[in-house]
Design a protein. Structure first.
Length: 148
C-alpha cells in the first residue's frame, strides 16, 4: 500500500529530525535549539494532517492544539532573540548611529541574562530552558500518542 509507505517515510523523517534535536546539550546554542524545536513542532503538526484520514479527528485536533500551544510559548523567546540579534547587528554595522540608552540597556540586560526568565505571552515568567524542556516533552508525548 502506497499510503502506508508514505506514512512510514514521514515518520522516519520525523524520527531523524527529532533524534538530531535531542542531541543538543550545548547551552551556547540555546537560540538555535528554540528555532529547531519550533521547526520540529511544525513538522509534527504536518504529520497530523497526513494521518487525518486514519485517526480519530477529536484526538488529532487535541494533539495539534497541544503542540501548537507548546510551540507558540516558544515564539516570544525566538522573536526576542531575533530582534536582539538585529539590534546588535545594526549597532555594530552602523556605529555612527545614536542608539537610545533604553535600547543599549536592554541589549546589556539580555546579554547578562542569557536565556533566563523569559516572559510568556500572558505575562508569566519561567526560565526559558524549562520552557524549552516542557515544549520538547509535549512534542515527544504527541508523537507517542500518534503512534499508539
Amino acid at each position: 500500500m502506497r499510503r502506508v509507505s508514505n506514512q512510514q517515510e514521514c515518520l522516519d523523517l520525523w524520527d531523524t529530525a527529532s533524534k538530531d534535536l535531542l542531541k543538543w546539550k550545548n547551552p551556547e546554542n540555546f537560540e538555535e535549539q528554540i528555532h529547531d524545536l519550533r521547526v520540529l513542532g511544525k513538522k509534527l503538526r504536518a504529520l497530523f494532517y497526513f494521518f487525518k484520514p486514519v485517526l480519530d479527528s477529536r484526538f488529532l485536533e487535541k494533539e495539534k492544539h497541544r503542540v501548537k500551544m507548546a510551540m507558540s510559548s516558544l515564539g516570544s523567546i525566538r522573536d526576542s532573540h531575533v530582534s536582539l540579534d538585529i539590534l546588535r547587528k545594526i549597532k555594530t554595522d552602523y556605529p555612527q548611529l545614536e542608539i537610545p540608552n533604553k535600547i543599549n540597556r536592554l541589549l546589556e540586560e539580555q546579554s547578562l541574562q542569557g536565556n533566563q526568565n523569559q516572559s510568556f505571552s500572558n505575562g508569566d515568567k519561567m526560565d526559558a530552558s524549562k520552557k524549552l524542556a516542557l515544549a520538547m516533552e509535549v512534542l515527544l508525548e504527541a508523537k507517542e500518542n500518534l503512534l499508539s
